[in-house]
Design a protein around this ligand. Structure first.
Ligand SMILES: [Zn+2]
Length: 441
């Protein structure tokens, strides 16, 4: 699967977290049922926003891109996501993109103007497939463009000629850089091959980004993605969250305030195509639900049951059917095989939790343990690890944890970071939770 990655010019926001969690959950589930998943996500490291940001900061574009890419992976790791197997960078694919633009011109589906090379969408079969609208109605709704050299307002740049001072690469059309839509079509086909299984991203990418990727593949006579998957966005008080609306919440800020697992749980509670509402109330509610899972782990000792490992580019599927309830496993699969019904699967997991406690209270220990183990394994298959708490912390570690909480309370972040490094060196995974530093092996 190819999932559109970030343009690295700012810290990720919670909408990015929702999108990447959606595909992390999908990947884990596919791998859990025994499929081999090869996950590619790109990094856009040259673009107008990066150029603008670098100019504002008085720094170079590669410097800005490297900083925000590091921040991106740090946040995704904090969310407990598996890294994509490959993370191609746009700037490493310029030659491939020049080759595609050359090909599109040779096939007479693209044309050159004073400021770039454009794809003529009217020459592409089925343009509008992802927008779910025919070309005519898209054209009627398109905003009138100042760029009169374009044959249609929907035509898009596959190559942008460089303006003074912009980063650029040589091409047959002079110095410039590729258009964003060209990046993803070239990298996905190169790394996954023609007719690859799944292309994903946020709902806002369906049109025009994915439509335009597909248009270039079709124009170049290549079989493109066989399935498309788009996740819904994040709403803050009923409105789509976005930077331009000013209701933007950064992911690192949010992860300072809540358990990363609670955000995953919040994402799992909604169908991937539906919007999710992130408010202090919905987050607190997810934390309460998470506490129920952790309480199960404590009572039955079923934390950390399913460890997913990466071997080269293959995630080995593990379906630990031993000791888990076969009916519950079948029901779980039926839910998720139906367009990834995570709310249904999660509701079933919570029913197992209730049933495990009831069975144990009634003295049916064997049944209770099977149910608890089943709930823990199925939650872990969605990336939700239950934690039986860090009861095995030795005194020296506990002292470091206390010192770190004190440093954070005093806003001495340098000291807090040094203490985190010390704990990490001792083999602990360190996390920030609402009740302070939490560590586990
Ligand atoms: Zn893309």
């Amino acid at each position: 699967m190819y999932v559109c990655g970030p343009t690295v010019y700012d810290v990720p926001h919670i909408g990015h977290g929702r999108a990447t969690l959606t595909f992390d959950i999908l990947r884990r589930y596919l791998s859990f049922i025994g499929l081999r998943v090869h996950h590619v996500a790109n990094i856009t490291d040259v673009d107008d926003n990066i150029i603008k940001r670098a100019a504002e900061l008085g720094r170079t574009e590669p410097d800005v891109a490297a900083e925000f890419e590091a921040k991106w992976w740090e946040a995704m790791e904090a969310l407990g996501e598996l890294r994509p197997h490959e993370t191609p960078h746009a700037t490493a694919y310029i030659e491939h993109m020049v080759a595609l633009v050359t090909e599109l011109l040779a096939k007479d589906v693209a044309y050159e103007t004073p400021d770039g090379v454009y794809l003529e969408v009217g020459k592409v079969d089925g343009y509008g497939l992802l927008a779910h609208q025919p070309l005519e109605s898209l054209q009627a709704g398109a905003r009138v463009e100042a760029n009169e050299a374009k044959r249609s307002p929907l035509d898009f740049a596959v190559w942008k000629k460089a303006k003074e001072g912009e980063p650029s690469w040589d091409s047959p059309w002079g110095a410039g850089r590729p258009g964003w839509h060209t990046e993803c079509v070239v990298m996905s086909l190169d790394l996954l091959g023609e007719g690859f299984d799944l292309h994903g991203g946020g709902r806002d990418l369906a049109f025009p980004h994915h439509e335009n990727e597909r248009a270039q593949a079709v124009a170049d006579h290549k079989a493109f993605a066989r399935h498309w998957m788009h996740n819904g966005w994040v709403e803050v008080e009923g409105t789509k969250m976005s930077k331009s609306l000013g209701n933007f919440t950064s992911l690192p800020d949010m992860l300072e305030r809540c358990d990363a697992r609670a955000y995953r749980l919040l994402v799992l509670r909604a169908h991937y195509r539906s919007p999710i509402e992130v408010t202090p109330d919905t987050v607190a509610d997810a934390e309460k639900a998470l506490a129920r899972l952790d309480a199960l782990a404590r009572r039955f000792g079923v934390g950390d049951l399913l460890e997913q490992t990466d071997e080269g580019f293959v995630v080995e599927g593990t379906a630990p059917a031993d000791g888990i309830d076969p009916g519950a496993l079948a029901a779980f699969r039926a839910r998720l095989d139906d367009d990834l019904d995570t709310p249904g699967a999660l509701a079933d997991i919570f029913e197992l939790v209730t049933a495990a406690h009831s069975a144990a209270d009634a003295g049916g220990h064997e049944t209770a343990e099977t149910l608890a183990r089943t709930a823990a394994v199925l939650a872990a298959a969605l990336g939700l690890t239950l934690r039986a708490d860090a009861a095995d912390i030795d005194e020296a570690t506990a002292a470091l944890v206390t010192q770190r909480d004190e440093a954070r309370a005093a806003k001495d972040f340098a000291r807090a970071d040094a203490l985190r490094a010390e704990l990490t060196a001792l083999g602990w995974t360190v996390e920030d939770t609402p009740s302070g530093t939490a560590v586990r092996r």
